[in-house]
Design a protein around this ligand. Structure first.
Ligand SMILES: [Ca+2]
Ligand SMILES: [Ca+2]
Ligand SMILES: [Ca+2]
Length: 160
């Protein structure tokens, strides 16, 4: 009877694989720096160092996002502004610690939702309105022509 000790040496033949090709999230503009946005996850079917994954971001030239190398949590690295950057994109890369290393990537797509943070600019310096008596306070009386660079909503002035 043979006692056969066999040690299987793992080869780094598996590539880290993300759970999704594209990770998307929506975040309100002006959210504080460091706000958690989403979490990416990759798995590697090797063992030990060959499956030891770290994450990093690429294609984020303005440094608007950051990823936790171990946890895969993507956070804001700046206060995001809808008017200047309505969508932030980056590439997240998962790298194993094998020799040679194997890596793969996924896209990160963050929509920066608008908040009405732009001051109204009136096109005339004064307006006059005729308002019927006894209207409840808060009744909209007019929509003076105005502009705001915050898109996506119509500005209605309410005079009391
Ligand atoms: Ca691997
Ligand atoms: Ca803004
Ligand atoms: Ca805005």
């Amino acid at each position: 009877m043979y006692t056969h000790a066999c040690r299987v040496l793992d080869e780094n033949d598996e590539t880290p694989t993300f759970s999704r090709d594209v990770y998307t999230a929506t975040l309100s503009e002006n959210s504080p720096r460091g706000q958690s946005v989403l979490r990416v996850t990759a798995v590697d079917r090797d063992v030990a160092l060959n499956a030891d994954i770290t994450y990093r971001l690429e294609d984020d030239p303005n440094g608007l996002l950051a990823v936790d190398a171990r946890l895969g949590v993507v956070r804001t690295a700046a206060v995001l502004d809808h008017e200047s950057t309505p969508v932030v994109t980056a590439t997240v890369v998962a790298v194993d610690a094998g020799t040679p290393v194997r890596s793969s990537s996924a896209d990160v797509f963050v929509r920066v939702a608008n908040v009405d943070d732009e001051p109204l600019t009136f096109t005339r310096s004064s307006y006059s309105f005729h308002v019927a008596e006894n209207q409840p306070a808060g009744t909209p009386v007019s929509s003076p022509s105005s502009s705001s660079s915050s898109r996506g909503r119509r500005d209605i002035a309410i005079f009391e």
